[in-house]
Ligand binder design. Structure first.
Ligand code: SF4
Length: 210
């Protein structure tokens, strides 16, 4: 998103969750949530982050920095930083790149993403995010569509391959959830084998609580 005056990218901020530990990323992180998501997962963990009539505000990189630098000492002491989540944060890769340029160099940057974004966003994201948590859901196109309501599994997998080429495997963790009513442990194992063959080395396999 760009503001009407053309002053640069703005971010649809709907949530900041401070002082997170032992969730994802390293050290203490602030979760910065963007509004808007192209998917419609049946067990969405952040249903307030998308849909019509959303509760968010557009912020500039400088405004976001003001909001999150309050915990600078915690980020520095623990090797933590900022986790961009959603919604789908990589739709705002240009904003994230602009924010990283003005943020302290010692902060680490993470993103939770479905990779359901235009491929053109990936280079900017790879240049500004240290580690990606990619929620692939399931590699089977029909399971993916049934669960998310959108038929985009093949483009998500293409984006994952493109991201791995940009970052190398160490900077990507793929999440493969067991989704009750939608896939089975055998489906998760099949997805893991497929993605291992495509160069993924870090997996997070777990069961959704419904
Ligand atoms: S990708 Fe995430 S934010 Fe989007 S619908 Fe699915 S769970 Fe919700």
């Amino acid at each position: 998103m760009t503001d009407p005056a053309g002053a640069g990218p703005r971010f649809p901020l709907w949530q900041i969750s401070r002082l997170r530990m032992a969730t994802d990323g390293h050290g203490v992180t602030a979760l910065v949530g963007s509004y808007g998501c192209p998917l419609n997962c049946k067990y969405c963990i952040n249903p307030d982050s998308h849909g019509s009539g959303g509760n968010y505000r557009l912020v500039t990189p400088e405004e976001l920095l003001e909001l999150v630098k309050i915990d600078d000492l915690y980020y520095l002491a623990t090797g933590g930083g900022i986790m961009f989540g959603g919604g789908e944060p990589l739709l705002h890769a240009a904003f994230i790149a602009a924010f990283r340029r003005i943020a302290p160099k010692e902060w680490n940057f993470y993103a939770e993403t479905s990779l359901c974004v235009p491929e053109t966003m990936l280079a900017a994201a790879a240049g500004s995010i240290d580690h990606f948590y990619v929620d692939v859901k399931d590699t089977d196109a029909s399971i993916f569509e049934r669960y998310t309501g959108v038929n985009v599994a093949s483009s998500v997998l293409r984006n994952l391959s493109a991201l791995l080429k940009l970052t190398g495997p160490d900077r990507v963790t793929v999440r493969l959830p067991l989704i009750p009513g939608f896939n089975t442990p055998e489906d998760v194992a099949r997805s893991k084998a497929l993605l291992s063959g495509s160069g993924v080395v870090n997996f997070d396999c777990f069961r959704y609580r419904t």
